[in-house]
Design a binder for this molecule. Structure first.
Ligand code: HEM
Length: 458
């Protein structure tokens, strides 16, 4: 397979009558199905025009790298996405651009290096132990559980402990619910050219106002409590301590609004994504008992019944492969790496003009039979050993280029620890007679209904 020389194809695309409005409707109804169809029917580079908007969908990993790595400086995040997300995240790392983004990324990156992140393993393990030990009522050997609730509460607890050194499960649950409301509302708003004002007396606007109130109140309260503590009593090793202590090259600190906004970003970006990844992983493990048994044997052999530590992750290659394969089939951020071209650049010998909207959809790229044989099947083996037949960036759940997920080491460590501890305690089963979950795009990729699994003590 030659992935370095790409033919200079003419860009194709669907007809766009009525200024593309039927396409917009089809996209809104079923974004993933619509986008998969674009590649199937029109190839790797698909041009569309919807209203005044000219867009290109890129489906080849080499083209994705050309855009997001080689020409990262020519791109900014899609303004509509930024304007929707910044209602919750202010000007935090996720939505900032240019010099403001570079400054924040430079300041925060050291706090997310693998070595720093390993320092959070014990907190992650504490949160996982509490959630998993309480998952089944005492004395019960098995039950059918809504898994989303379990993982949402657990990953929110991890963020609360690592961000604020706070342990308040009820608060974590309220915060988890609030982020879900915001995520749902955000996706709806992204399909419209402007947001209706939040004060309108509409039920979903009221829910959004309440959700924002919960999260802002929580973050403000934690920051104020921390600032009020004498230095010697304040935790020095959580993410908030890092945000307050960090200094840029010129000695400047993050200002109060920046600290607040980063906390909001960590809340939303750092909890729902990881919960979603664990949710789909659990569903896949429940449906593939041999893969799950192999992971269980590996975990038992390495841990011998003790809690995992950060250093154990390397000794659990099969478990790691099941997690990677789950994020290939169900990438939590399935479709929102949308960028606006600010300065023209060349792609396949043709100029991509300024103003073009680029859309990159991991859901489609990661299910492409050219890079992943039997693309719809759960085959963790493909992540063991030599992966050189896959082009770089064919597996891209954390994104590509300078804006790659800053929390990827944090997330991978958390997922490995939680997955190992879950398998130490439980065996998962699908519930007979329940339909397979249908993935739906919110800001992350969630099942359309409630995903329940049988959870049995070992
Ligand atoms: C399985 C879990 C996760 C997945 C799949 C994921 C995925 C992603 C992706 C795809 C992006 C890039 C989006 C783009 O290019 O437009 C991103 C950015 C980001 N993620 Fe994650 N993420 C995860 C966990 C986390 C965690 C745990 C944190 C923090 C504690 C975090 C914080 C961020 C931030 C701050 C950004 C913005 C980075 C920037 O623009 O410079 N993420 N994430």
């Amino acid at each position: 397979m030659n992935t370095t020389t790409l033919p200079s194809t003419q860009r194709a695309g669907p007809p766009c009558p009525w200024r593309g409005l039927p396409l917009l409707r089809a996209m809104y109804r079923d974004y993933l199905g619509f986008t998969s169809g674009l590649q199937r029917d029109h190839g790797d580079v698909v041009a569309m025009r919807i209203g005044p908007e000219r867009s290109l969908d890129l489906f080849h990993p080499d083209d994705v790298r050309t855009a997001l790595v080689d020409h990262a400086d020519h791109l900014v995040r899609w303004e509509r996405g930024v304007s929707v997300l910044s209602q919750a995240f202010g000007q935090g790392l996720l939505v900032a651009e240019g010099d403001a983004w570079r400054r924040q990324r430079r300041m925060l990156a050291p706090g997310f290096q693998p070595r720093r992140v390993q320092g959070y393993a014990a907190l992650m393990v504490d949160a996982a132990r509490e959630a998993l030990d309480g998952a089944l009522p005492p004395g019960t050997r098995q039950a059918v559980l809504p898994m989303e609730d379990l993982f949402n509460a657990l990953t929110m607890d991890v963020i609360m402990r690592t961000l604020f050194s706070s342990r308040a499960p009820a608060v974590a649950r309220a915060a988890a619910q609030a982020t879900q409301v915001l995520s749902q509302e955000a996706l709806q708003e992204m399909f419209w050219p402007f947001s209706l004002p939040d004060w309108l007396p509409l039920p979903h606007k009221a829910a959004k106002r309440r959700a924002l109130g919960v999260l802002n109140g929580l973050v403000d309260g934690e920051i104020a409590a921390r600032r009020a503590l004498p230095v010697e009593q304040a935790p020095s090793d959580d993410l908030l301590a890092m945000l307050l202590a960090v200094r840029d090259e010129d000695g400047s600190a993050l200002n109060a609004a920046e600290v607040h906004d980063q906390c909001m970003v960590m809340f939303q970006a750092g909890h729902e994504t990881t919960a979603t990844a664990l949710l789909w992983w659990a569903w896949l493990m429940a449906g593939h008992p041999e893969a799950a048994a192999r992971a269980q044997q590996e975990v038992d052999a390495v841990l011998q019944g003790r809690d995992p530590a950060a250093a154990d992750a390397q000794a659990l290659p099969w478990l790691g492969a099941t997690l990677k394969e789950a994020m290939r089939l169900y990438p939590p951020v399935a479709a929102i790496m949308t960028r606006r071209v600010r300065r023209p650049f060349e792609l396949r010998g043709q100029v991509v003009p300024a103003g073009t909207l680029l859309r990159i959809t991991p859901w489609v790229i990661q299910r492409d039979a050219r890079w992943f044989a039997q693309p719809a099947a759960f085959v963790p083996e493909r992540f063991l050993g030599d992966t050189s037949s896959q082009p770089r960036s064919a597996w891209m759940p954390f994104g590509v280029g300078p804006r790659v997920c800053i929390g990827q080491h944090f997330a991978l460590l958390e997922m490995t620890l939680v997955a190992a501890m879950l398998l130490q305690r439980f065996t998962l089963h699908r519930v007979p007679g329940e339909a397979d979950p249908v993935p739906r795009m919110h800001v992350t990729l969630r099942p359309a209904g409630v995903l329940r699994l049988g959870v049995g003590r070992r």
